[in-house]
Design a protein around this ligand. Structure first.
Ligand code: BTN
Length: 330
């Protein structure tokens, strides 16, 4: 979208009512036919704009893209999301954010997409990323911390996601599944993929990639039994830009406090309260190695504490966790 089209959109959003073609053309310093051209472009892009002779133009509905204009209306942050690069379609917001970070993008840049053609999950999995329904975004962070504490960031992000989603989806049982999923009614609602570039003792950049199933009505067969969406859980549709802003609004203060202490104390009680695994029999898959035990909680630095059958306790720093079904328990 060109800068002039964005200006027109901003004017229409600001006024909330009719703006005459003459007013818009004088704000932009262009002709009325140029204004009309931009109105047509906005309509093509999904904006409903009423045109009434003698009154002008009025914005009646937006397509709800999680872009800078729509998200900015709800943002209360000072860094995160102050710059948003939105794509109607991109291979992966994580890959795009990483590219921008290599080119020097500052902390707080958020890359969003309406659709991803190669959305990625953990363990080389595909992240289902159809257009128009979900949130796919990646935050560029440049934390001045040693790389060893970076694995705490997904848990920090999970706490922010939980806070933001709980405030809009009251009544839905939301739980945080170590190390980085958010579940609703036991099914996956959000995934977090953190990627880091670092040297031995210096973190250059962390890309926090988040996918939230928002208004998805139908799940593809391969994830039908394990995933869900906010719409499927509540029967309601949600505004993606508003949701994105509330996630960033929740994340920024947690991230600031984490930078000071570099442990999970700012969210520790919260993570324990809303843990999905705590007290349950779980299996942890660590790239081939499998551990079975009872999840006792997490350590202040984010490891999973596992009570082992021999009475010992193990600290697990990474891996995929699954609940062990009743009939397979030892
Ligand atoms: C997982 O649970 O496996 C993590 C999923 C992370 C998906 C998000 S969607 C936005 C960002 N871009 C990607 O390609 N992946 C992350």
């Amino acid at each position: 979208m060109s800068a002039t089209t964005i200006r027109i959109l901003e004017e229409l959003m600001r006024s909330g009512g009719f703006r005459s073609g003459e007013e818009l053309s004088s704000v932009l310093g262009s002709t009325r036919s140029a204004v009309w051209k931009h109105i047509r472009l906005l309509r093509q892009d999904g904006y409903d704009i009423e045109a009434v002779t003698g009154r002008g133009y009025r914005l009646t509905a937006t397509p709800g893209y999680p872009d800078a204009i729509e998200t900015g209306r709800f943002l209360q942050t000072s860094v995160l999301g102050q710059r948003i690069e939105h794509h109607r379609s991109v291979m992966s917001t994580n890959a795009q954010a990483r590219k921008l970070a290599r080119e020097g993008a500052p902390e707080g840049l958020v890359v969003t997409a309406d659709a991803q053609t190669g959305g990625r999950g953990r363990m080389q999995r595909v992240w289902h990323s159809p257009p128009g329904v979900n949130l796919y975004f990646s935050i560029v962070l440049r934390p001045p911390v040693p790389p060893r504490v970076v694995p705490q960031i997904p848990l920090l992000a999970a706490a922010a996601l939980h806070t933001a989603l709980a405030s809009v989806a009251g009544g839905v049982e939301l739980r945080i599944k170590w190390p980085n999923d958010l579940l609703a009614g036991g099914r996956k609602l959000c995934g977090i993929l953190c990627e880091m570039e670092s040297e031995a003792d210096m973190t250059h950049v962390v890309i926090v990639g988040i996918g939230v199933n928002v208004n998805l009505r139908a799940l593809p067969p391969e994830i039908e039994t394990v995933a869900t969406s906010l719409l499927l859980e509540t029967g309601r549709e949600f505004s993606r830009p508003e949701l994105l802003a509330s996630i960033l609004n929740a994340f920024e203060p947690l991230y600031r406090r984490w930078l000071e202490v570099q442990d999970l104390s700012p969210v520790f009680d919260y993570l324990e309260e809303y843990s999905w695994l705590r007290g349950k029999q779980v299996e942890v898959d660590q790239y081939g190695r499998r551990l079975k035990g009872v999840a006792a909680g997490i350590s202040p630095t984010g490891e999973l504490l596992l009570d082992m059958p021999d009475g010992s306790q193990t600290m697990v720093s990474s891996g995929e966790t699954h609940l062990i079904p009743d009939n397979e328990r030892t």
